[in-house]
Design a protein around this ligand. Structure first.
Ligand code: TRP
Length: 418
């Protein structure tokens, strides 16, 4: 996403690194940038997720944790866990320890409603959150930050609110359980206990601190500077008295893409100072653009992504025309040398959405060895994505305005843990 803020390019501060130009001069290399507003890999490369873990100071989600989730939930781990899509965490073990002792938790995630149509990358955290909700049988709050997008995308208040409601339908279409799910828009819900927590947080964060975390400059309007507490406080159960009154010690787990980490670094820093527990996080990689794995998809380039509103024909055209292939450029060479799976987008997309481990392994093996051609792998991706998008379209068409109102009603959820 292009940043309106040139200084944001330097937050988090670039790790210094130089190389020699062809003329033998030392030149600074463009480092990868991951902030809530911009994701870009080092020139010509892929996002280095291992480095991000070190830079942000989160923990790697390893196989022993995945095995533990399987044991505790008695379910086959979600494809996004098995394939390393959710790859990092902060204190996820605390959530599992507590759960093992019989203490429940709640889930918090969100979306900034900046566009009408969601692309597949937008669905990733919600598909995963739905799995967590079903597997652990816990409540979920979903924040629609209409205020955030109004301020960052220069949308009117009314347009942001309209988009939030439209997006709510896409989220409901992911299958969340209404007896455990509360969806809210900031413009409607902020106030009361939620606002009190915002002020408690805001008092603990200096201007210098947000500049350090988010890279705001003197030219940014004060709306941006004051927004982070809004995204922080759904991490605290006392922000939802209609849900969690009397359960102020309930732990919070936030599934999100790793670009949201700065908000929650700030939140975790402040929490103990205002007497609250730090939220835990489980964080994903980005769903790559059709053109290759150098950042997350750009909402402004329709040919960089598959949208949930794309027709079967659009999907076929986009994959065939734009999906970056690691295959060789002639059949003869492909048969001889095989494909480079590391950079191949059809394979990457299958890793996200083809649930069958054995089939994926077979495709990887045969494509890598040159027995399969790019066109054949693309045909399979087209099938898988078309089915996914069709299923979403049908589910979304069934979501009525009354259902949106029901999910967004400020109400207790008496059966949220059963
Ligand atoms: N800022 C996020 C976005 O632009 C929306 C969001 C709000 C969110 N709260 C969240 C995302 C919690 C993940 C988890 O999409």
């Amino acid at each position: 996403m292009p940043s309106s803020n040139p200084r944001a390019r330097h937050f988090p501060p670039p790790m210094s690194s130089t190389s020699l130009s062809p003329e033998g001069e030392e030149v600074a290399e463009e480092e990868q940038v991951v902030t809530p507003w911009e994701v870009s890999a080092k020139q010509g490369g892929k996002i280095d997720y291992g480095k991000l873990i070190d830079q942000f100071g989160c923990q790697r989600l390893d196989q022993s944790l995945i095995d533990r989730v399987q044991r505790l939930t008695n379910r086959h781990p979600h494809v996004f866990l098995r394939r390393g899509v959710f790859f990092a965490h902060r204190d996820f073990t605390d959530i599992l320890d507590a759960y093992e002792r019989g203490d429940k938790f709640y889930l918090y995630t969100g979306r900034g409603p900046s566009s009408e149509a969601l692309h597949l990358g937008h669905l990733v955290p919600f598909m995963f959150t739905k799995y967590l909700q079903d597997a652990f049988k816990v409540p979920l709050v979903i924040q629609l930050t209409d205020d955030e997008k109004c301020m960052w995308k220069n949308l009117s208040v009314e347009e942001s609110q309209r988009l939030a409601r439209e997006n709510a339908k896409d989220l409901i279409a992911c299958g969340f359980d209404i007896s455990r799910t509360f969806i809210f828009c900031d413009f409607d819900y902020v106030g009361g206990a939620f606002y009190k927590n915002m002020v408690r947080v805001a008092k603990c964060v200096t201007y210098n601190k947000v500049v350090g975390i988010f890279g705001f400059t003197g030219e940014d309007h004060i709306g941006k500077v004051s927004f982070p507490p809004v995204q922080a406080v759904p991490s605290f159960p006392s922000s939802f008295p209609h849900l969690f009154s009397g359960r102020e010690n309930l732990r919070c787990l936030i599934p999100c893409a790793i670009d949201q980490d700065p908000y929650f670094r700030m939140t975790r820093d402040v929490a103990p100072r205002i007497g609250y527990s730090k939220p835990s996080l489980i964080e994903s990689t980005f769903f790559p653009a059709l053109q290759g794995e150098t950042g997350k998809m750009s909402a402004s380039d329709p040919n960089s992504a598959i949208y949930v509103t794309d027709t079967a024909k659009d999907i076929k055209n986009k994959i065939n025309k734009y999906a970056f292939s690691g295959g060789q450029d002639t059949t003869e060479k492909q048969r001889k040398f095989g494909a480079n799976l590391e950079v191949d987008i059809p394979i990457k997309y299958l890793e996200f959405f083809l649930d069958d481990d054995a089939e994926l392994e077979q495709i990887r093996r045969e494509y890598g060895a040159g027995h399969l051609l790019t066109g054949e792998v693309k045909r399979r991706v087209i099938e898988v994505l078309t089915e996914l998008v069709e299923r979403h379209r049908r589910a979304r068409a069934a979501v009525t305005d009354e259902m949106v109102d029901a999910f967004m009603a400020v109400r207790p959820l008496p059966n949220m843990f059963s």
